[in-house]
Design a binder for this molecule. Structure first.
Ligand code: NI
Length: 169
């Protein structure tokens, strides 16, 4: 059984590999990711967060804005639009750390579903933010890289404690 991977694990900083074939391994990875996401009551979870360096993420929530229980395999943005908006974000891999991140409010994502079928989906508000956050995970980027300088200072002690705990593992 896979488990949630926390900062400063190296897998969170790697650029994830594309999924070549949606085989049984990918299907069970996705099932386990949904279980972990549900247990953690999160909105989205990317494969590197469970130790799998693969380009896929899952979401669960906010049906209205393109959300719901969905899997995005080899996702890419075909549109990112609108003026940057700042909003507070957290991350399951960075417990107790929150900070303001600026993102664009309107995106269209193209990805494969679990059957290998291509789809495009439009997201706004919370889901547009969620997808950009999850896409960042696939490129090894975390919210601590994107948050404001002030939030970085606010979170500095917690972050240092997490990093030294990680080094002991
Ligand atoms: Ni995250």
């Amino acid at each position: 059984m896979r488990h949630l991977v926390l900062h400063p694990s190296a897998v969170l900083r790697r650029r994830a590999d594309p999924v070549d074939t949606i085989d049984d391994g990918i299907v069970s990875l996705v099932e386990e990711m949904f279980q972990i996401l549900e247990a953690e009551q999160g909105l989205g979870l990317a494969a590197p967060q469970v130790g799998a360096s693969k380009r896929l993420f899952v979401t669960d929530g906010d049906e209205e804005h393109g959300g719901g229980k969905r899997v995005f395999i080899n996702p890419k943005f075909i549109l990112i639009d609108g003026l940057l908006e700042a909003s507070e974000e957290g991350c399951l891999s960075l417990p107790n750390i929150r900070g303001s991140v600026r993102r664009q409010p309107h995106v269209i994502v193209e990805a494969l579903d679990i059957d290998g079928k291509s789809f495009t989906l439009e997201g706004s508000a919370l889901m547009a933010r969620c997808w950009q956050h999850e896409m960042d995970h696939l490129d090894g980027v975390l919210i601590i890289d994107r948050m404001s300088v002030i939030d970085r200072i606010v979170n500095r002690k917690r972050l240092r404690a997490m990093e030294s705990a990680g080094e002991r593992d």
